[in-house]
Structure formats: structure tokens, C-alpha cells
Design a binder for this molecule. Structure first.
Ligand SMILES: [Zn+2]
Length: 180
């Protein structure tokens, strides 16, 4: 799929690690970089919680510019305690007021079950404290995440929380009605 000069085969050929490649890219980036002189407070006062899926270019897909938003990503874009932690800091210390949730079609979590934890326990001898957050119905998963935010005592601003499913084939967002 990649048509750039930086394909995975290049990594193998040159013997560079992928991190070496990233560090090199950063050197080029920094030569063009000008300090935008921004405050840490997001310009649009919005926090976006999204899946870590590599196919979602969140800034491009939502028309976001540098400095516009907080971006919080994890496997599934689900609202975990650590997402609550980031959103609490985002709202209470850094002035955001809106939350946008972005889950997506074809998520890797759809092919997992909570049995993943059993397998882990058997393999490493320790049961993870965290839930896998596997799901079958992506719409319901978005609703559950919205509900977790609304019922969190730590997140003060819950009037503007909206949830979406990003279609990785079309690039379009589909909004989820929390009441359905
Ligand atoms: Zn995903």
C-alpha cells in the first residue's frame, strides 16, 4: 500500500531499526520547524479520544491543526481509567470543554475476547488488572464509552460529548445516538 520511499523493505535493506528511521525523520522535521509560540491549552477546547488504529489520521480526518485539540488514543478508543485521568487533566487544568469519541470499523478489538486475559495469565503467570475491552457491536461500544464519561465524577464538563464510528473504507464518520 505504501508508495513512499520509506517502505518496510527499506528498513530491512538498510539494517536501520524503525526507530532510527523516525529519529532521522525528526531531524528533517526540526530543520523546518518554527516555534508556533502556543499555549498548552487546546485552541478548540476539545479532547478527541480515538482508537490507536494506524489507518486513522485523526488530524486530517477531522480537519484539526496543530494546537487545536488534545488527542488521547488507545486500543479501541475506549474510556478506561487512564482516559478518565487524561480527560480530567484536559478539562480541569487545560481548559477543554468538548469530548469527541472516535471508534471505527474493522477494529482489532472485534476479533478478541476477554479470554485474551486468560491466555495471558496462562502464559505469563499473572492476570492483567485491566480489561481487554473487546466488543462485537461497535455502536454499543461507543455508547458505553459515552456513558462512562457522563457518569464519571472526575470529568466536570459532560454537556458536549459526542461519539462516532469512523469508516476505514470511506473515511466518513457516522454519529452514534447515545439514546439508541
Ligand atoms: Zn481500533
Amino acid at each position: 500500500m505504501s508508495t513512499s520511499a520509506h517502505s518496510s523493505t527499506d528498513v530491512v535493506r538498510t539494517g536501520e531499526s524503525v526507530t532510527d528511521r523516525l529519529v532521522e525523520a525528526n531531524r528533517r522535521y526540526a530543520t523546518e520547524f518554527a516555534d508556533p509560540g502556543m499555549d498548552a491549552r487546546p485552541v478548540l477546547k476539545v479532547a478527541v479520544v480515538a482508537c490507536m488504529d494506524a489507518r486513522i489520521d485523526l488530524h486530517a480526518a477531522l480537519g484539526l491543526e496543530l494546537g487545536d485539540c488534545h488527542t488521547i488514543r488507545n486500543a479501541g478508543g475506549v474510556v478506561t481509567d487512564d482516559v478518565i485521568r487524561s480527560l480530567t487533566i484536559s478539562q480541569r487544568a487545560l481548559g477543554t470543554r468538548s469530548i469527541v469519541l472516535v471508534h471505527h470499523t474493522g477494529c482489532g478489538l472485534e476479533s478478541l475476547t476477554e479470554g485474551f486475559r486468560d491466555e495471558l495469565e496462562q502464559e505469563v503467570g499473572q492476570r492483567p488488572t485491566w480489561a481487554v475491552e473487546a466488543f462485537r457491536d461497535v455502536d454499543q461500544d461507543v455508547r458505553q464509552s459515552m456513558q462512562r464519561l457522563r457518569t464519571s465524577p472526575f470529568v466536570p464538563h459532560t454537556d458536549d460529548i459526542r461519539g462516532f464510528v469512523f469508516d476505514v473504507k470511506t473515511g466518513l464518520l457516522r454519529e452514534i445516538d447515545p439514546a439508541d
